[in-house]
Design a protein around this ligand. Structure first.
Ligand code: DC
Length: 221
């Protein structure tokens, strides 16, 4: 039986993942990275050389693939047909292809089912994504929406990617982030908007710890 669900939504690079991880750690809760489900479905499609425009084929891939998501304290580990793909789902090739899968209602429905089933396995959940407070867990106990300006977000992503050895053009990264925001905000299914009752936090000028402290001020558990 779930004790509480806290949702943290927001655009790419808004610090959702780091915030959700630290918050989960402080509350002794499980961190649910729902972007990983979209990334895993995309990587499975790439590995199986699917036609990325063929929705029927993509539906079948999601149904037939053995996805295993496990929430460990630092991150969510991902296995696709028993192969550990935790790192591979973060590769730029997947990041570039994921928006299409995330825009198709029938594919989202399947992944939302997986996300709810994952949450149901845990008592205390901090779920992070784009639509957690609006669609996936509308009855969540607390809802937050993080934002930051696109320049800050590009800098954060750049630091992450550089640390992994990727070569980065900061301007290009900022443009990609703005393009992805636009796609995420204007899609018909589960667009990236704050839930009506979500607390909105702009963390462009505050640290990760300050963001988590701000969230904790709103929580009574
Ligand atoms: O947070 P992320 O970069 O790992 O997300 C990967 C993609 O999945 C991104 O294009 C947005 C999409 N996504 C979504 O549509 N809904 C979610 N709940 C989580 C991610």
């Amino acid at each position: 039986m779930t004790e509480f669900i806290i949702t943290i939504d927001g655009p790419a690079g808004s610090g959702k993942s780091s915030t959700a991880k630290l918050l989960a750690e402080k509350l002794g809760a499980t961190f649910l990275d729902t972007g990983a489900t979209y990334r895993a479905a995309t990587l499975a499609a790439i590995m199986k050389q699917a036609d990325m425009k063929d929705i029927g084929a993509l539906e079948k891939i999601i149904d037939d693939t053995n996805f295993k998501f496990d929430s460990t304290p630092g991150q969510m580990t991902v296995k696709i047909d028993e192969k550990d793909c935790t790192e591979q789902i973060r590769e730029p090739e997947v990041t570039q292809a994921v928006a299409f899968i995330a825009s198709v209602p029938s594919l989202r429905e399947k992944l939302v089912k997986i996300q709810r089933a994952l949450a149901a396995r845990h008592k205390k959940v901090v779920a992070e994504g784009r639509d957690q407070g609006t669609v996936v867990f509308p009855n969540a106990d607390y809802k937050f929406f993080l934002t930051a300006n696109s320049q800050q977000r590009a800098k954060r992503r750049s630091a992450e990617l550089t640390a992994k050895g990727h070569k980065i053009n900061l301007d290009q990264l900022q443009q990609e982030i703005e393009k992805r925001d636009h796609t995420d905000k204007t899609r018909d299914t589960a667009p990236l908007v704050p839930a009506a009752e979500a607390v909105i936090i702009d963390n462009s000028e505050i640290t990760l710890e300050q963001t988590v402290d701000e969230i904790l001020k709103h929580i009574e558990i």
